[in-house]
Structure formats: structure tokens, C-alpha cells
Design a protein around this ligand. Structure first.
Ligand SMILES: Cc1cc2nc3c(=O)[nH]c(=O)nc-3n(C[C@H](O)[C@H](O)[C@H](O)COP(=O)(O)OP(=O)(O)OC[C@H]3O[C@@H](n4cnc5c(N)ncnc54)[C@H](O)[C@@H]3O)c2cc1C
Length: 381
């Protein structure tokens, strides 16, 4: 029986495993990950905003066995894409096809910035208890949420975090004594979704008294004085700094010769094939160009690409129909009061991505919850 090895049990890896299992019982699937669990990125923000504890959105990767997928918790140490051989801490695996869905690393420089007094990595679930403790202790000063560089995961998430933190401070009755700001090196809040979506989001930030510091690239953090320095020479004091590190290429993939000039894997944007036969790549491990930049590093794209890559792996191995990724993607933009706006579009459109925004309401918050539940149940139920 043909054997597919999926590297990574995140958004992309799980979506691909589910697709292969649902439509191709004649293909053996093994999924490798160093972690033993999965949760969606936005589950961290729900924890941050006291919407729901992270544990409630977490599922065990051991549940893959219920779906007929072999799961191996292991560290992937090397990859030979020509021979389709994977080296792991548990031994060597050979595959008829490989899907790389290993996500991205984080900029070491930015992690260094966040190793400062009063600073945390907003995107690291492990740091949530420390962030909660600092937020609860804060009665005055300034919270700075800082996008440290690009590309970074889920472009709206830092702003969603700011709005959730704003709500928390209001609930505690200290909002009028705590300033809240988001800094970004970009010229507007959401360039990837366009000027209208950026204005829409900026409107909510303004309404809530959250300062948007655009075109501010962080050059350093001084933990002793709790000061962030920007490339235009200006500085910003903080009581609490919640930083978003840029994504970086995984050394393992560069060493395997899989990465291109962008530093990430650059597969064909419609088939997700790499230059190596029966080796595919999806999600945050990739750089996929669009007319104005690149696809955002987001779970919905990783999952959409993974379904297509799984289809094409099956086409290679058992001769089923080929699949094609059309650049369609969406985002549930979380706004105050358990309301969600929906941003959706064709990111492959020319001369620029065509993105539409549906105004926020409570129904779309329920839709976001259902999106998560349906996938967790299907992938890991
Ligand atoms: C706070 C936050 C909010 C977010 N909100 C959203 C949202 O609302 N919508 C959205 O679409 N996206 C969102 N995202 C982004 C989303 O989480 C990522 O884009 C998505 O997870 C990428 O999927 P992936 O499969 O490429 O990689 P990942 O999901 O990161 O999976 C990669 C897996 O590979 C494993 N791995 C890596 N290296 C090795 C190795 N050497 N050995 C073994 N295992 C390894 C990792 O443990 C990991 O499980 C959010 C992210 C964050 C941080």
C-alpha cells in the first residue's frame, strides 16, 4: 500500500490527513509531530480575553488513531526530499509521498527583544499564564502590543488581542489609567486585506482608544527602562510589552534544500508541488506570491492548501483526479462584544486580491465557534 508521511500535525497536516483518510482508504498515512496536541491559533486569544480556557480548545493528536492515521510523536531531524526519507529521533521513515506542513520558526532576534523585563511573546501559548498574571497586576501605565517584523502569523490577531485586552481592562475598571497601543512596521493595520478592511479595523481601535502606531519598526527593547526603540528614532515606554515575532524559515527545510530565495518553501501555488517529485508543501512553511505580496500565514490557507496537496498526492499515488488551489481564503475578524466580521476573498486575483468584508455581528461569532468545533471533531474526534 502506498505510504504518505505528513510532517507536522498543525492546521495543514491535520487537514491533509483528514482529506486522505476520508477519500483514500487505499493510502497509508503517518503523521509526525514533536507535540502531542493541537489547538487553533485563535484559541490562545480566547484564553487571553477570558472567552474560554485554552484547554477547552485543545485535542490530543493520539486521537488520530481513531481516524486510521498513524501518529508518531517525534522530533524530525532531517529530510532527504529526493529519496523521500525522513530522519527522526525515533528512527528513519521512507515514504512514497511527503507533505511538509511544519509551520515556521520565530525570528531569534525578535525572541531576544522579548526576553526583556515586562515583555512576552503574545503568540506563545506557554506564556499565557505569565501574561494573565501581568495583566491582572497592572493598574496604570501602557500596554504595547508590537508587531516586530514580517511575515508574521495571522495579520489581524495582534489587533484582536488589543481589543480583547481593552475589554479585560474595562471589566477591571482600570482602562482609563492604562494606555493601550499597537505598533506595526506596516503602513496600515491590514495591508493584506486592503485599505477598506484596514480602515474598518482602525475605526474599532479608535473607538476603543487604542493607538495605532504605523510604520514603526522596532530596532531594540531596553528591559531596564522598559522602552521600545523604533527605526525612525522615536521610542515608546511600556509597562507590559506583548510582542509578535516575525516568522523565520526552519533550518531543517533549508538544509534539505527545499527553501527558495524567500527563505521559505516556494511550491507551485496551484498544485502545492515542490521541485521534488511527490514532495508537497503547505502553510506557514511556504511563501506563495500574490499580485501584491504573499498569501498570509494563516490556518485557513494552510488547511485549504492541504486539501489540494492531499488530492494531488492521491493523484500521484492512485491516479485520482488532480486538484487545484484557487487562492480563496477568509478570516473571522474578532471585534468587541463577541462579534465577528468576515473577511473573504480571492487572494490570487489580478491586479490585486479581491477581498470583501461583511460587517461584524453575533451570528458570525457563532460561525467561528462552529468552524473550530467541526474541524476539531472531524480531525481529532
Ligand atoms: C494568536 C494566533 C491567532 C491566530 N488566529 C488565526 C485565525 O484566526 N485564523 C487563521 O487562519 N490562522 C490563525 N493563526 C495562524 C495559524 O495558527 C497558523 O497560520 C497555522 O497554524 C499554520 O499552519 P501550519 O500547518 O502551516 O503550521 P502549524 O499549525 O504551526 O503546524 C506545524 C507543526 O509542525 C510541528 N513541527 C515543526 N517542526 C517540527 C520538527 N522538527 N519535528 C516535529 N514536529 C515539528 C509543530 O510542532 C507544529 O505542530 C493564528 C496564530 C496565532 C499565533
Amino acid at each position: 500500500m502506498a505510504h504518505v508521511v505528513i510532517l507536522g500535525g498543525g492546521f495543514g497536516g491535520l487537514a491533509a490527513a483528514h482529506e486522505l483518510r476520508t477519500h483514500h482508504a487505499d493510502i497509508e498515512v503517518t503523521l509526525l509531530d514533536r507535540k502531542d496536541h493541537f489547538y487553533m491559533g485563535f484559541a490562545k486569544l480566547w484564553d487571553l480575553g477570558h472567552v474560554r480556557p485554552l484547554a477547552d480548545g485543545t485535542r490530543s493528536l493520539a486521537n488520530l488513531a481513531n481516524r486510521g492515521v498513524r501518529f508518531l510523536q517525534t522530533e524530525i531531524t532531517a529530510l532527504d526530499p529526493s529519496a523521500r526519507i525522513v530522519e527522526t529521533s525515533e528512527g528513519t521513515l521512507e515514504a512514497d509521498a511527503i507533505l511538509v506542513a511544519l509551520g515556521a520558526a520565530k525570528s531569534q532576534r525578535h525572541l531576544g527583544f522579548l526576553n526583556s523585563q515586562g515583555a512576552h511573546d503574545l503568540y506563545d501559548g506557554v506564556q499565557l499564564p505569565a501574561i494573565h498574571a501581568d495583566l491582572d497586576a497592572l493598574t496604570e501605565g501602557r500596554i504595547l502590543i508590537s508587531i516586530l517584523g514580517g511575515p508574521f502569523q495571522c495579520p489581524p490577531a495582534p489587533y484582536e488581542a488589543a481589543l480583547l485586552v481593552d475589554e479585560r481592562l474595562r471589566e477591571r475598571g482600570v482602562r482609563d489609567k492604562v494606555e493601550l497601543a499597537v505598533s506595526t512596521p506596516q503602513p496600515m493595520a491590514l495591508p493584506v486585506a486592503g485599505a477598506d478592511a484596514s480602515r474598518y479595523l482602525a475605526g474599532y481601535l479608535g473607538e476603543r482608544g487604542i493607538d495605532l502606531l504605523s510604520e514603526k519598526k522596532v530596532t531594540g527593547v531596553d528591559g531596564a527602562t522598559r522602552t521600545v526603540g523604533f527605526d525612525d528614532g522615536s521610542t515608546c515606554d511600556y509597562s507590559l510589552l506583548l510582542g509578535v515575532p516575525a516568522c523565520a524559515a526552519l533550518t531543517l527545510l533549508a538544509e534539505a534544500g527545499l527553501t527558495g530565495e524567500s527563505g521559505f518553501i516556494e511550491p507551485d501555488r496551484h498544485s502545492l508541488r515542490t521541485d521534488y517529485e511527490r514532495v508537497y508543501a503547505v502553510g506557514d512553511s511556504t511563501h506563495i506570491p500574490t499580485a501584491t505580496g504573499a498569501l498570509p500565514k494563516a490556518g485557513v490557507f494552510a488547511a485549504g492548501e492541504a486539501v489540494v496537496a492531499a488530492g494531488n498526492i492521491a493523484a500521484d499515488l492512485v491516479g485520482s483526479a488532480e486538484a487545484r488551489f484557487d487562492g480563496h481564503g477568509f478570516c473571522f475578524l474578532e471585534l468587541p462584544g463577541r462579534r465577528v466580521a468576515f473577511v473573504e476573498g480571492n487572494f490570487y486575483a489580478e491586479p490585486k486580491p479581491q477581498v470583501e468584508l461583511t460587517d461584524a455581528d453575533e451570528d458570525q461569532f457563532l460561525r467561528k465557534q462552529a468552524y473550530e468545533t467541526e474541524r476539531l471533531d472531524a480531525w481529532l474526534g
